[in-house]
Design a protein around this ligand. Structure first.
Ligand code: URA
Length: 238
C-alpha cells in the first residue's frame, strides 16, 4: 500500500509527521537509495527507508494505553538518576510507547501512552485544548474568592491561566478536596495555580483526560483503549 513517507515514518514511532516532513525536506531520508522529497509516497512493506543512513524500524502495531501512573514514577523513557520511569510499567507491551504529555513525579493518575507519535504530538499541542481533570487536595479551606480566581485565571510567572472549572468542593479534616478541570498543560500548572493563591497541594491525581476517566484502575496498571475510544481521540484533534 502506497502511503505518504512522513506518515510511514511517524507510524514507525520514529518522530511526529511534522518532524518527518522536516527530515525529508532536509534531504536526510532515502527510499531504496534515492533521496526522498516532500510529497513522495512509498510502500512500507516493500522498500528500504533510511534516515541519516539508518533504517527505520518496521511499522509497529499502533498501541494506545491508559496507565494509572503511581507516585514516585518519572514521566520519561529513561532517567539518568536511575529512578523508576513510566516505560518500566508497560514493559509487557513489546512496542516502544511514549507518554502523551507528562505528570510530575508527585502526581499520580491518568497518563496516555502510545507509539502513535503523530496523535501524541497533536494531543499534547496547546492548540488542541484537551480537558484534563484533576482531583486536588489542599491544606485548609478553599475560599470562595480563591475558587473564583482558579476558575477565572491566576497570574503565574508564565502568564495568566485560561478559564478553568472548579467542581465538587468538599472539606474534611482541615483539608479541602476539589476537582479542577484545565485545558492548558503548562509545567506544574495545578500546583503553581494553588501555590499562587497561598495553598499547599498535598495530593494531586489526574482523574480525566478528554472523555476518558481513570476509573478504578489500580496504580501501576494499564489498560488498552477500545477502538471507539481511539477513534474519539483521533476526532478530538480535527
Ligand atoms: N499540574 C501539576 O501541577 N502537576 C501535574 O503533574 C499535572 C498538572
Amino acid at each position: 500500500m502506497q502511503q505518504r513517507l512522513q506518515k510511514i515514518i511517524a507510524a514507525a514511532g520514529y518522530c511526529s509527521r511534522r518532524r518527518a516532513e522536516e527530515l525529508i525536506a532536509a534531504g536526510r531520508v532515502r527510499v531504496n537509495g534515492q533521496v526522498a522529497k516532500l510529497g513522495d509516497q512509498a510502500d512500507a512493506g516493500n522498500c528500504q527507508i533510511l534516515i541519516d543512513g539508518k533504517p527505520i524500524r518496521a511499522a509497529e502495531e499502533p498501541t494506545y494505553l491508559l496507565l494509572n501512573k503511581p507516585l514516585g514514577v518519572v514521566t520519561t523513557l529513561n532517567d539518568p538518576d536511575g529512578r523508576r520511569v513510566v516505560s518500566d510499567l508497560v514493559r509487557d507491551y513489546t512496542v516502544r510507547l511514549f507518554p502523551v504529555g507528562r505528570l510530575d513525579i508527585n502526581t499520580s493518575g491518568l497518563l496516555l501512552m502510545t507509539n502513535d507519535g503523530d496523535l501524541a504530538n497533536r494531543l499534547a499541542h496547546p492548540s488542541h485544548q484537551v480537558d484534563k481533570r484533576y482531583l486536588v487536595k489542599i491544606r485548609g479551606q478553599l475560599t470562595n474568592e480563591s475558587k473564583i480566581r482558579l476558575a477565572e485565571g491566576v497570574l503565574l510567572d508564565d502568564g495568566m491561566t485560561a478559564p478553568a472549572r472548579v467542581e465538587k468542593v468538599r472539606v474534611s479534616d482541615g483539608h479541602t478536596w476539589f476537582e479542577l478541570c484545565i485545558h492548558e498543560g503548562r509545567n506544574r500548572q495545578v500546583r503553581r495555580m494553588c501555590e499562587a493563591l497561598g495553598y499547599q497541594v498535598s495530593k494531586l491525581v489526574r482523574i480525566g483526560y478528554a472523555f476518558l476517566a481513570l476509573g478504578d484502575l489500580a496504580p501501576g496498571q494499564a489498560r488498552t483503549l477500545t477502538k471507539t475510544e481511539v477513534n474519539r481521540l483521533k476526532k478530538l484533534d480535527k
